[in-house]
Write a protein that binds this ligand. Structure first.
Ligand SMILES: [Zn+2]
Length: 533
């Protein structure tokens, strides 16, 4: 690793010594990539903080040369990340100074927007756009698709193809589908009563153009957002604007294959503690709850569990050792059994993200869990390996991968490359705020232990343990969430088992027991007398 870091530093010195090389942005990115590789190979290694600092430094230097706002934003992002993740790094003082310098530059060029209300300092935001132009563009008529087709500017621009929205009164996920990988920047504009403008959050995507079939205004109309709108803001910039009623927090990230930008917006209601929300057992009239389940639900607010049968429709998932056995079918059958057992034994409402053989994007599955306000989210999968002898059960929670095998599994489940997993890991820390990492780890632990214990009564089962990796389907989930790989469909014995009712029943029973154990583990013993927290 020391060697890789030294190589990256050598490349960095070469770049800084060669003004010709510096003219090509690509060379800067190449240099940053080498440092990224050092970091992702060993996030807790002795060179990881140095690598992050160097990436920040590269972007800071690049931002001095370029007029683009993204470079400065990236630099701020990396320096902030260094301070958060490695507060005791010897680079920390330098990083703080660099952040101050970058922000100073922002102030000196700052254009007063929205009656002079300052942007929140904690949020490294891109350079302010000249607001009068912004306002004008946001209200002007979007050129027709025909006019755009005739414009020569459209060459080399990625089409913004779709704007997808899932929403409940306190949470909204907006996904911007873009034809190709592009840059994006964002900015939160505060409320401006003087011109009757609500707060707005916008995302600029470039180089891009509006696709002919794009629905440009998606009405949302809940307590959080009124609309999502897309417009050709500049010849090569598509701006997506969210009109906000109330906002507490937002997250933004991109996923690859295909490229899309995901925005998660939380309202103020969404951040209220559970006890303030109405907590009620969901039962149909005449339906009897199992003993004690009401108490559990009341205390913990485990009202609803969302089960996600992996893959579906045009995505078959992993292909079994025996022909005709597909992951998408096994996960659906298993999830149906699991849902039924959870309803009976835990006594809460259980929803499936899909209950038929249809395609669902990974981000939609999370969006369903969030908009339904699930208290637990379980994504059900079957594993596969080129080596047919590999077998066993493993349970994942969302975090940086700690071994190559986990990266391989995440790459397969995310339908993307191992390299894209490394890129994702770079931003993961920022997305983990408010995620239920401790609860998810505990849930994974109980479910894994229960599966191994319960299944090994009847089958020889290899315990591959609890693991962690950045799964798209768990990104942004706001409840304890896990992904279960119940067996290797590529292994002859396990493939055969997976296809039987007996094995599916056993796996479902085991997962339910794991969920029950998890609920018990976090239930205060003086349930009714305790504070309920
Ligand atoms: Zn899968």
């Amino acid at each position: 690793m020391q060697y890789a870091y030294r190589q990256a530093v050598a490349g960095y010195k070469q770049l800084l010594a060669n003004s010709e090389k510096q003219k090509d942005r690509h060379n800067w990115f190449l240099c940053a990539e080498r440092f990224k590789a050092v970091y992702t190979a060993q996030p807790d290694g002795p060179w990881s903080d140095d690598a992050i600092f160097m990436i920040g430094d590269l972007y800071a230097k690049l931002s001095q040369r370029s007029s683009g706002v993204n470079d400065k934003h990236e630099a701020l992002d990396y320096f902030s990340r260094l301070l958060r993740r490695y507060p005791h790094s010897p680079h920390a003082p330098e990083a703080r100074e660099a952040i101050a310098r970058l922000r100073e530059r922002k102030k000196s060029t700052k254009i007063i927007v929205n009656g002079g209300q300052a942007e929140p300092e904690a949020e490294p935001a891109p350079e302010p756009a000249p607001e009068p132009a912004t306002e004008k563009t946001e209200t002007q008529t979007v050129p027709s698709a025909k006019a755009q087709k005739e414009s020569p500017d459209r060459r080399g621009l990625a089409r913004v193809e779709d704007l997808r929205v899932w929403s409940n009164p306190d949470y909204t996920r907006v996904v911007i589908d873009v034809e190709d990988e592009v840059e994006y920047s964002y900015r939160l504009l505060r409320k401006d009563p003087s011109i009757g403008k609500p707060p707005r959050l916008y995302v600029d995507v470039s180089p891009a153009r509006i696709g002919a079939d794009l629905e440009r205004i998606v009405p949302i109309g809940d307590d959080l957002l009124t609309n999502a709108r897309a417009a050709q803001h500049m010849p090569d910039v598509v701006r997506v604007v969210l009109d906000i009623k109330t906002i507490d927090d937002f997250k933004i990230f991109s996923l690859k294959d295909p490229f899309r930008v995901v925005l998660d917006v939380n309202g103020e209601i969404g951040r209220q503690p559970k006890s303030k929300r109405s907590v009620q057992a969901k039962t149909k009239p005449g339906e009897k709850l199992p003993d004690n389940s009401l108490a559990k639900q009341f205390v913990l607010g485990v009202n609803r569990i969302v089960i996600d049968p992996g893959h579906g429709g045009r995505d078959p998932g992993a292909v079994g050792y025996y022909s005709g056995v597909l992951e998408k079918n096994v996960t659906l059958e298993l999830s149906r059994r699991l849902a039924e057992k959870l309803r009976q034994r835990v006594g809460c409402e259980v929803l499936l993200t899909r209950n038929e053989d249809k395609f669902l994007s990974l981000e939609e599955r999370t969006a369903i869990a969030n908009t339904k306000r699930a208290d637990i989210f379980i994504s059900v999968h079957a594993n596969a390996h080129p080596n047919k002898r590999v077998s066993g059960v493993e349970t994942y929670f969302l975090n940086l991968a700690t071994d190559n095998e986990s990266i391989r599994v995440a790459a397969r489940e995310n339908a993307t490359s191992a390299k894209n997993i490394s890129d994702l890991e770079m931003i993961l820390n920022d997305l983990m705020n408010n995620s239920k990492i401790n609860e998810s780890t505990a849930l994974a632990d109980h479910v894994q232990r229960s599966m191994v214990h319960h299944l090994s009564n009847r089958y020889p089962v290899r315990d591959n343990g609890v693991k962690q990796a950045p799964f798209y389907v768990l990104l942004g989930a706001e409840m304890p969430c896990i992904l279960v790989e119940v067996a290797f469909i590529s292994n002859p014995k396990e493939c055969q088992r997976l296809n039987t009712e007996a094995y599916q029943e056993s796996v479902a029973d085991a997962i339910v027991k794991g969920v029950e154990n998890y609920i018990e583990s976090i239930t205060p013993t003086t349930a009714w007398l305790g504070s309920g927290s």
